[in-house]
Write a protein that binds this ligand. Sequence first.
Ligand SMILES: [Ca+2]
Length: 176
Amino acid sequence: MRRVWIIGIVLTALCLVGCDGSALLSDTTGGDSGDVSFPASSEVGLVVRVIDGDTIDVDLGDDVYRVRYVGVNTPERDESCYAEAVRANKSLVEGQEVTLVIDRSDTDRYDRLLRYVYVGSTLVNERLIRDGWAEVVLYEPDDGHYDSFVQLEREATRANRGCHSSGIFDDGSERR
Ligand SMILES: [Ca+2]
């Protein structure tokens, strides 16, 4: 009897941790008014340049770092919908103060910081997928938002949002 009771408490605690964790880092309402708590390892900086749809330069005080949005991909310069994806990214982050949150990997093979990028409480990586400007790419082992990103991409595909109408994401390739 006592054991059942303890298991109940443990399960409740796990649920609370799980609910809290996902609420903290994936603001599914997409609004800017919600409170988001960032991990202690997060960094705040200023976007000084938008490179393309999924890459920005951020001044973190000690230096300017190139930041690649983790878990997503947008069209390359020679692909259709490139300009639109860049414009969407600019409208979200250009000149903005951003909070950078790491998943597991610090950098990619090009030495860019791999980060979830927040403007206020808006997770930019997520917003770009939701609005159809980015597709999901699994950056092993950085899968913290993978499942929700996949769900959002499905919805964007169904609604033919953003770049989906161009067909650029329909080639089955995760290289962009
Ligand atoms: Ca890209």
